[in-house]
Design a protein around this ligand. Structure first.
Ligand SMILES: Cc1ncc(COP(=O)(O)O)c(C=O)c1O
Length: 366
């Protein structure tokens, strides 16, 4: 099977895991701190805080900015098309998602943001979906004009850049996931990145139940309502082991995306001059919903190529959020992608033969 996810674990990493197990270090501690330090340095931010997943990165980042803002504003502007985890992180924080349709490039339609800004808007939370950077310049202009935070969901985009800046490090806070299908994986895991020391301090507390600190006299003082969202030492050791390979993982992943793109009859990975896309996967739009559904079955079962749909429009196509009562047809582009979109693998560990095979099958079927 040509899988969507891939794992990069060296023998040195395995040896360090065994050493940590022998030393009885399996929860937090020095390995988590070292991974955070390495990651922050690589990304070019002052603070990186490791958490248990990308969902928890989103949740802790949102809770931190709400606290930082004093709890007065509660609306978060988000794209209608994203992974449901991002919206769950908003909802579970008692914040309100305000949805915006996406463009055909799968990212938030920046032209439609301003009309949804109110005096309750706390943040814009763009997603860099499938590795493509959202239009951050326009988003930053709006954020500055209306004094809003920006929380970047860069879970699918580690390594992508926008006008030379790493996504997830462009403004207030960035969130990453190390789930297996993303640029790098630690099994499960995530990271919050920020240059703001106060927000970083809040995230550190919020991932740890809202504790004041881990010092013995403060361990049971809880100034905040937090989560249990810490990364463990095994995940951090895997992350640490990947850091020296990160640049090559990113380059190979991007090269594989472009290689596949060049072999396709119709190209789906179009990149603008100011973008450097590290693809989460390779997107395709089927001709119809029926064709998409058939491909989702046939690609893995008949041809051994894993495939997934490109999510749904959360407010109008996701059962869990039906209670919001949004009318179908309100987010036409997101809904169309929800019905016809799918993606296939193009990760760093695929061979040229596997990519050629994938392109041949897709060109025949789509
Ligand atoms: C855009 C987006 N946000 C958040 C998440 C949540 O990450 P995790 O699965 O690590 O919780 C994902 C996961 O795939 C994602 O694609």
């Amino acid at each position: 099977m040509i899988n969507l996810g891939t794992v990069n674990i060296t023998d040195e990493t395995k040896a360090l895991m065994i050493k940590a197990l022998n030393d009885g270090i399996i929860s937090g501690g020095k390995y988590v701190a070292a991974f955070e330090e390495n990651f922050a340095k690589w990304l070019g931010v002052k603070h990186a805080i490791a958490v248990s997943s990308g969902t928890m990165a989103d949740a802790c980042a949102l809770a931190a900015i709400r606290n930082y803002d004093g709890g007065k504003r509660n609306e978060i502007i988000v794209p209608a098309l994203t992974f449901v985890a991002q919206i769950n992180a908003i909802w579970c924080n008692h914040l309100k998602p305000v949805f915006i349709d996406v463009n055909k490039d799968f990212n938030i339609d920046v032209e439609r943001i301003e009309e949804k800004i109110t005096d309750k808007t706390l943040a814009i939370m763009p997603t860099h979906l499938l590795g493509r950077p959202a239009r951050m310049r326009e988003i930053e202009d709006l954020a500055i004009r209306y004094s809003l935070f920006i929380v970047e969901d860069a879970c699918e985009a580690l390594g992508s850049t926008y006008y030379g800046s790493n996504v997830g490090a462009i403004r207030d806070v960035g969130c990453f996931s190390f789930f297996v299908s993303h640029s790098i994986t630690t099994g499960e895991g995530g990271m919050v990145a920020t240059n703001n020391g106060e927000i970083a301090g809040l995230v550190r507390s919020l991932r740890n139940h809202g504790r004041k600190s881990d010092h013995y006299h403060e361990k049971f003082l809880f100034p905040h309502i937090g989560f249990s969202a810490k990364m463990n030492a095994m995940e951090a050791i895997i992350g640490l082991g990947i850091m020296p390979m990160l640049d090559s993982c990113i380059t190979r992943r991007r090269d594989n995306g472009l290689f596949l793109n060049n072999l396709m009859k119709k190209s789906w990975m179009r990149e603008k001059n100011h973008e450097y896309i590290v693809p989460h996967a390779y997107p395709i739009m089927a001709k119809s919903h029926e064709e998409r559904q058939k491909l989702l079955i046939d690609l893995p079962q008949k041809y051994g190529i894993e495939a997934r749909q490109i999510f749904y429009s959360i407010p109008t196509q996701c059962e869990a959020y039906a209670f919001l009562g949004e009318k179908p047809g309100s987010y036409p582009v997101a809904e169309d992608i929800g019905l016809r979109g799918l993606y296939v693998p193009c990760h760093q560990n695929l061979s040229r033969e596997e990519l050629e095979y994938t392109a041949r099958i897709l060109n025949e079927l789509v």
